[in-house]
Design a binder for this molecule. Structure first.
Ligand code: ZN
Length: 256
């Protein structure tokens, strides 16, 4: 596990080299480079088994640097926090170099993840965007949908950003109705997962459909259908909360 405490006194440690959403492979096949002295530009991240870890943002990715998604698919689940934290902190550093209020250059603070503007005092912290992700069920059946961006034949659960002023439960009902025209009854919270593409926090829910009639919007959703547990399409990757929702439902059906 990544220990989330900034190594303030550390001058050396592991380094994660990141550029353009890709991470350099280390000699051992993982993402943690062997311990080296750190430079001023590196961003301390935390501790891995009591050894400090810093992020090195580099200009260009090498040809053999896997993408963030490829790393998540390849590494054991215990490394998920390391990879997702690196990707999200990198996106934040890249996107908050200037103050959003007065436009002056912003400077990184040491004690926490914060970009500080010396012009007006405004601070920016890593952005985390809450999203709901929901498996809609009707008895044993699962409602799964395809985004136009998905690989061929892939279907997944429904997801969307929470709007300002909206609760997660309201977002579940609104997104499902907007995307597939289905009203849902009982909603049950599952769990959450950081999703670093680029900075979502997915809040997982199960929702019971009030009826099976589907009406898709044709924009965010290319197709949606009810699936039986015995005849499923290609599912999202194993490391995703979407897949965990589906597998949990299948296990509950099998146990009935
Ligand atoms: Zn400012």
């Amino acid at each position: 596990m990544l220990r989330r405490e900034l190594p303030l006194e550390a001058r050396e440690g592991h380094v994660i080299r990141l550029a353009e959403g890709c991470i350099a492979p280390a000699p051992d096949g993982g993402v943690l480079q062997p311990v080296i002295p750190w430079t001023e530009q590196m961003q301390p991240l935390g501790y891995w088994h009591d050894v400090p870890v810093a992020l090195s943002l580099e200009a260009e990715a090498g040809d053999d640097w896997p993408s963030g998604r490829e790393w998540l698919a390849r590494l054991p689940e215990s490394r998920f926090g390391l990879v997702s934290t690196s990707l999200q902190v990198a996106a934040w550093l890249r996107n908050h170099r200037f103050c959003g209020r007065c436009g002056a250059p912003a400077a990184r603070l040491d004690a926490e993840f914060a970009m500080h503007c010396h012009g007006c005092g405004h601070r920016n912290y890593p952005r985390i965007s809450p999203c709901i992700i929901t498996l809609v069920t009707h008895g044993e059946s699962l409602l799964l949908a395809r985004s136009p961006r998905f690989p061929p034949r892939r279907y997944s659960t429904l997801a969307g950003f929470i709007e300002p002023g909206e609760s997660a439960e309201e977002a579940v009902r609104r997104e499902i109705f907007e995307e597939v025209g289905v009203s849902v009854g009982r909603i049950r919270y599952f769990r959450s997962q950081a999703w670093p593409f680029p900075h979502a926090l997915m809040l997982g829910f199960f929702a019971e459909a009030a009826s099976r009639r589907i009406r898709i919007d044709g924009v965010e959703i290319a197709d949606a259908a009810w699936f039986s547990p015995r005849q499923l399409p290609q599912l999202p990757p194993l490391y995703s909360i979407s897949r965990a929702l589906i597998e949990t439902h299948l296990a509950e059906v099998a146990a009935r």
